[in-house]
Design a protein around this ligand. Structure first.
Ligand SMILES: C[S@@+](CC[C@H](N)C(=O)[O-])C[C@H]1O[C@@H](n2cnc3c(N)ncnc32)[C@H](O)[C@@H]1O
Length: 277
């Protein structure tokens, strides 16, 4: 834990989460990562860079798409995420994949000339995202493609649950919320402007809905505790937690149709472009 802040850093949070991240039975990160890879359309033999790979939601589909003969460099700042992705790559028997601990803000060891740079649900954790994105785009060969996933519009039920967290969050954490409605991450146009300012051409946005299904509020809580939102839960006082969960359960109940699971619908935004040839 960072002694100066009293709260864990992003790297520490994801290092702690790595065992449960994407392991709660709620389908989310993998289809979203696969969707980004589909938009980037990697081809056999191409070289790819996956920045902030987590447990390989984009890494594995990239590796499958570029075989035979291609390669994927995947990096993450959390060593436990790197270890998990390495093991998943090995289990899948995928060749040409290198997974290493590295800071997305400083990828000096990654020389460039990549055909594809992918980063799913990462850039909003970095300070100075415009400068960072320019550096990422600089890793592409001329004509190479870049794609990022961020959160688009969240349904009313999700916003209502998110609002339950607000009273106890410090301002810095609210600003860092990935569903934030201000700044470049708040709109398709904001992301497109960020891309254009980073010297990326042919910028376009694709938005796809993802439905998250929860049998009950306990399933929602397990999922929430397996994501970065766990850091927000830490700030909810112990005595407020039962009431929080009751209110979240009532919101989820309202999303059930014909006795089915609770459903939250998140619009996932893919911002795509290419390095000018
Ligand atoms: C929400 S997860 C997304 C992981 C994966 N791309 C996916 O879609 O499942 C964010 C990831 O970004 C990583 N990350 C955050 N800041 C980073 C940084 N400065 N450098 C490298 N990785 C970072 C975290 O460790 C975490 O694994």
């Amino acid at each position: 834990m960072s002694a100066d802040q009293g709260a864990p850093s992003v790297a520490e949070v994801f290092d702690m989460l790595a065992d449960v991240y994407d392991q709660t039975g709620v389908e989310f990160f993998q289809p979203v990562g696969a969707g980004l890879v589909a938009e980037l359309d990697p081809r056999p033999g191409e070289r790819c860079l996956d920045i902030g790979c987590g447990r390989g939601a984009a890494t594995l589909p990239l590796a499958r798409a570029v075989a035979p003969g291609g390669s994927v460099d995947a990096v993450d700042v959390a060593p436990a995420m790197v270890a998990a992705t390495r093991s998943l790559v090995e289990q899948a028997g995928l060749a040409g994949v290198r997974v290493e601990v590295a800071d997305a803000a400083d990828l000096a060891g990654y020389d460039g000339g990549y055909d594809v740079v992918a980063s799913s649900l990462v850039l909003f954790f970095l300070s100075g995202p415009g400068d960072v994105l320019r550096r990422w785009a600089g890793k592409l060969r001329p004509g190479g493609r870049i794609g990022l996933t961020t959160f688009g519009e969240l349904d009313e039920a999700t916003q209502a649950i998110d609002d339950l967290f607000v009273p106890w969050q410090p301002q810095a954490m609210l600003d860092a919320r990935t569903s934030g409605t201000t700044g470049p991450f708040g709109s398709d146009a904001g992301m497109e402007e960020l891309f254009a300012a980073a010297g990326i051409a042919d910028v376009r946005t694709v938005v796809r809905p993802t439905t998250l299904e929860f049998a009950d509020v306990a399933a929602w809580q397990r999922f929430m505790m397996s994501t970065g939102q766990r850091a927000m839960w830490r700030n909810v006082p112990e005595e407020e937690r039962p009431g929080f969960l009751e209110r979240a359960a009532a919101i989820l109940e309202g999303t059930r149709v014909d006795g089915g699971p609770g459903r939250l619908v998140w619009q996932m935004r893919y911002t795509l472009g290419a390095r000018p040839s």
